[in-house]
Structure formats: C-alpha cells, structure tokens
Design a protein around this ligand. Structure first.
Ligand SMILES: *Cc1c(COP(=O)(O)O)cnc(C)c1O
Length: 412
C-alpha cells in the first residue's frame, strides 16, 4: 500500500522528533550543483559552515563534521577519547541513552549505567547528585568519561548539563564530559564552552532542519589532548586529520557537499539577528512546547516528563491512559497517519505502545502545531480515548494570548 509515489494532497505533517521538516529555503540551497571538493569555491563553503556551526554549538573550539548519522558521531566521540576496557559512567534517561550504552559495550568499554529504578527513570532528567556521589567514590579515578543525553528524544525530558559539569567539578574528578545533544541542538538552549562540555555530539535532521546525513563532534582542548593517547581503534572517525585539514576549509575525504550548502543556509536562518538569533530560536521552541503541553493537559492525558523544570522544548511525550481496551499509542498513531496524513513519534523501548511523541523542533509555527494537535485530538477520539476537554481549544487560547515578540515569530 505504501509506495514511493504516494502523493496525498497538501503537505504531510511530519511531526516526529526528527527528521523534522526541511524548509523550502534549505531544499533550494541544497539543489545547487555538486562542486569539486578540492576546488577554490569549496574552501569558501567549508570555512563558512565551520564558522556557522561553531556559533550554533556556542564554541570557539573545533567542530568536526562527519558524513554520517548521529550514531556515527556517538562512536566518533567514544573512540577518539577512550581506550579498550576504560570505565565510563553513563546515565539512563531513556531509549537513546540505552543505545549509547550498548554501543559502549560493543566498543569494548566498561560502562556503568546509573539511573532511577524502573519506568520512573524515563520520566526524569539526569540526577547530577547521583553522578557526584558516584565520582566521589571513585577515588582512583578509574572512570574516564561521564556520558549524558541532553534532550532524551524517546521521552521529551531534558537534562541540566551545567549541573552535571558542576557535579564533576565538585567531586574534583578528571573524567571527560560527553554530551549527546543530537536532538537538542538548535532548538533547546545549549552552550558547549560555557557549560564545560568536552565532546558534544549532534546530528543534522533534528533542530538543524536538514535531511539526515551529517553529524557533529564539538570538541574541547581537554578532549583533543585525550585523543592523542586514547587507544580505541579509530581511522575514519579520527579527529586529528580532519581538524588539521579543516583549517584550510577542506576535508581529508569527500564531504557531503549538498548537505553543507543546506547547513550554511540553516546557520543563517538560526542565527539571523532580525529573528532574535539563537536566543530567539530557543524562545520560539519554549513557547511551542508550552502550547502543546496546554493541549495535552486539557485532554486530561499525562505528559511523559514528570518534572516541569526539565520539560523538553523539542518534543512532548503523551502517555496513553490505562484501561482503553485494545488501543495502544501505536494504534492511535496509525489512525492519525492514515486519516490525517500526520506522522507522530512512536514509543521506543520500555514505553513502546504506552506513549506517542509530538515534535515541536526545527521548522514549525503556531498553525502547523495547531494542525498537528487537531489531528491528534480527532485521532484520540476515533480510537475511543476519553478526553477531559479540547486540547485544540487550550492551545489556541495559549498561542492567542501569548504572542511571540514580533522579532521571534519567524525563523525564515
Ligand atoms: C536521533 C537521535 C540519535 C540517533 O541519531 P541517528 O541520526 O538516528 O543515528 C541519538 N541520540 C538522540 C538523542 C537522538 O535524538
């Protein structure tokens, strides 16, 4: 039934938390001809994207760009700074933290997985106090890195990265801080240098509004130093040759030319001073998150994130009520997809079938979100879920009475 020439009328509502919709302006930029990656024009593009992406990560240090998905950049981060058998402290916030933990095992590291017990851990952010306590007990400094996810895309819970930095410092522990902000970057506030992060991992298809296909490692001087003696095998992922050649605007191998055109355009859009720059971008997503949560509350449904201090501005996880006969979250998603041409995120791992996810990352506006919420409300009703009230009305009330400052209304 699903074929590649399936073209319903109007725009598909791609409301999953990544890939996010790619603005026309970026698609047009990507349609430029593929040029010689060793020619003179390419160096100009290389310098431009490296400068732009540094501003997005808020770092003065190198950012490595890989022609790979986010998973590749996870591997790059671990393999550049660690050695076989190294202990690493990871924190279980959800499915993506669990996948990164599995990767660490496959790479021959010894990860310890901290977290709250049971399903409850997937409703809260990282507990910095638990990290501090664990590091203080590690008097021999066996732990070489602390790995946390900034925006847990499987649940819609963020973590306070600065608090984790402070916990490591309070324990006077030399471990590196590695942060996955694959879905947080460019939608949720993020400051690589100011927060003292050693490696930040990100990807193209979430807040950066690009198609999938490139990913990033933002570095610190301490991480670059560690990479000189780290012993995990690395060749394609090795930072040294890439960072060295990037000084000239080029890469040691063929970079993803057309995605880099798109990245240059995305940086211009996200940083545009007339739309409030990065702070404006963060404010827009905070406001959209508020509106979507107002809808979920009006429906009388639970938000997966149990702690309002760490609600995600990137996506909202909506939990299914108990006792709806034979209808799980994926059945509701299927109805919304088939009837209203709107894709929502599925529940992953421990919360499969128990919740669905509404993305408000990347390229959105009030009315695309209203459309998505209308699709959800209709789909929930068709599925037989009893709603306490109209989420659509609540979101309209919120957006109507909380105008974004004019400068922040549009990203493009
Ligand atoms: C999407 C995502 C990943 C995986 O990235 P891929 O591009 O699918 O390889 C990892 N971590 C988080 C938090 C994500 O949102």
């Amino acid at each position: 039934m699903l074929t590649l020439d399936f073209h319903p009328t109007g725009r598909h509502f791609l409301q999953i938390p990544g890939p996010s919709p790619v603005p026309d302006r970026i698609l047009r930029a990507m349609s430029l001809p593929t040029i010689d990656h060793r020619g003179p024009e390419f160096g100009v593009l290389g310098h431009r994207v490296l400068k732009g992406i540094g501003q997005i990560f808020q770092t003065k240090h190198p950012v490595v760009i890989y022609p790979a998905s986010g998973t590749g950049a996870w591997e790059a981060a671990l393999s550049n700074v660690l050695s076989p058998g190294d202990s690493v402290l990871m924190y279980e916030t959800g499915h993506f933290a669990s996948l990164w933990n599995k990767m660490a095992v496959r790479l021959g590291l010894k990860p310890e997985f901290l977290g709250l017990p049971g399903a409850e851990g997937w409703r809260h952010g990282v507990r910095a106090d638990m990290i501090e306590e664990r590091l203080k007990a590690d008097t021999q400094h066996a732990i070489k890195a602390v790995c946390v996810v900034h925006n847990e895309t499987s649940t819609g819970v963020t973590s306070n990265i600065l608090a984790v930095r402070k916990a490591i410092d309070a324990a006077k522990h030399p471990a590196l801080l590695l942060v996955d902000s694959i879905s947080g970057l460019a939608s949720a506030e993020y400051r690589h240098d100011e927060w003292g992060v050693d490696v930040t991992i990100s990807g193209s298809q979430k807040g950066l509004m690009l198609p999938p296909g490139i990913s990033f490692n933002a570095l610190s001087p301490k991480a670059m130093e560690a990479s000189k003696s780290a012993k995990l095998p690395k060749a394609f992922w090795a930072w040294d040759e890439i960072v060295e050649m990037n000084k000239t605007g080029y890469w040691p191998y063929t970079p993803n030319t057309n995605l880099l055109y798109g990245l240059a355009e995305a940086c211009d859009m996200l940083l545009a001073p007339e739309h409030g720059g990065l702070e404006g971008t963060f404010a827009r997503h905070r406001r959209w998150g508020e509106g979507v949560r107002a809808a979920v509350k009006a429906w009388g449904l639970q938000i997966q994130c149990a702690d309002p201090a760490v609600y995600s501005p990137v996506l909202t996880g909506v939990m299914m009520p108990d006792g709806v006969d034979g209808v799980d979250a994926d059945a509701v998603r299927r109805i919304i997809y088939e009837r209203f041409d709107c894709s929502l995120g599925t529940g992953l791992g421990k919360v499969k079938g128990r919740m669905f996810r509404i993305g408000h990352l990347g390229d959105c506006n009030d009315l695309t979100l209203m459309g998505a919420l209308a699709g959800c409300e209709m789909g929930l009703k068709i599925a037989g879920v009893k709603l306490a009230g109209s989420g659509v009305q609540a979101a309209m009330d919120y957006f109507g009475s909380h105008p974004a400052p004019v400068a922040l209304q549009k990203a493009a």
